[in-house]
Design a protein around this ligand. Structure first.
Ligand code: GUN
Length: 292
């Protein structure tokens, strides 16, 4: 059976350091501020921004949660982003993705002050990730996955990392991050996706397999070689009448069968999710410092 990688415990370690940093800033009269913006009422998105707001408060950050109606127009949202750009009490801004269809997400991301773009979605920050500039912002989920592997003493350097999924939020930035030239990266990265031919052959060659395709229980034991490390980024709601909420969360990996073959695996929930939030908090503190 695989070792379970405990994302909650590793996130707690991150918070120990962050709490110290935040206390130091506060003793100098500075409180890092984070604004999380949700347009519409997607239940999963609402749950995510609630967790982000809650964690900001727990850490003693200045937290602003904006919940805008599903009917919000592009220009209304742009006006709110511009207000937050100008607000000196706000150091980090996150607009939860995906927005409703009348919103042009690319235009919203480009309107963010890149110095407050704690999601790392602005083109200026994407460019900084490509060039490994230290003052840029790396998207929170990729950053959290890297930290999870490093803290778990799983060697990334020289390993074959196969990423399933090519999104702008996870797959693409994660590939850029793990192929960087440094001791916490230096991986050989393959990005596979829904159109990849001979997918099982590719995933079976992974030392570290990272599933971020958004399909419940997609990765089966046939995709995995004995002794591989499995990181499950998926958070899929599937119907479950036995659960009081009527659904339960499952990852992109068929956990039970894959855990029998893997050397280590992240659970869902309690794996990557808590790390994503921890990295958002960390990016917010970084933004605050850099804006001083
Ligand atoms: N939707 C899913 N993950 C994320 C994220 O990391 N940031 C934002 N803004 N939206 C998301």
């Amino acid at each position: 059976m695989a070792n379970l990688i405990d994302g909650r415990a590793i996130a707690e370690k991150v918070y120990v350091d962050l709490r110290r940093e935040i206390a130091e800033l506060k003793s100098n009269g500075i409180t890092p501020g984070l604004a999380v913006v949700l347009v519409g009422d997607n239940p999963a998105s609402r749950a995510y921004i609630r967790s982000k707001d809650k964690m900001s408060r727990e850490l003693g950050l200045h937290s602003v949660k904006l919940e805008l109606p599903a009917s919000t127009t592009q220009s209304e949202l742009l006006a709110r982003v511009e207000e937050l750009n100008r607000d000196p009490a706000i150091h980090g801004i996150l607009v939860q993705s995906p927005p409703p269809k009348q919103i042009d997400e690319t235009a919203i991301v480009q309107a963010l002050d890149p110095r407050k773009d704690v999601d790392g979605f602005h083109p200026a920050n994407v460019a900084k990730l490509v060039s490994a500039a230290a003052d840029g912002f790396v998207p929170c989920t990729p950053l959290g996955i890297q930290r999870l592997l490093v803290e778990s003493k799983i060697g990334i350097s020289g390993a074959h990392v196969v990423i399933l999924g090519r999104s702008m939020i996870v797959g693409k930035p994660l590939a850029l991050l793990l192929m960087q030239k440094n001791k916490n990266a230096d991986a050989t990265v393959t990005v596979a996706h829904s159109r990849s031919r001979n997918l099982e052959e590719i995933t079976r060659s992974a030392d570290i397999l990272i599933a971020a395709i958004g399909r419940a229980n997609f990765v089966k034991s046939g995709h995995v070689r004995d002794g591989a490390v499995i990181v499950d980024v998926g958070i899929n709601r599937i119907e479950d009448a036995t659960n009081e909420r009527g659904y339960r969360l499952v990852g992109d990996v068929a956990f039970d069968e894959v855990a029998k073959k893997a050397a280590a695996i992240t659970p869902v929930p309690g794996g990557v999710g808590p790390m994503t939030i921890a990295m958002l908090m960390s990016n917010t503190v970084k933004a605050c410092r850099q804006l001083l």
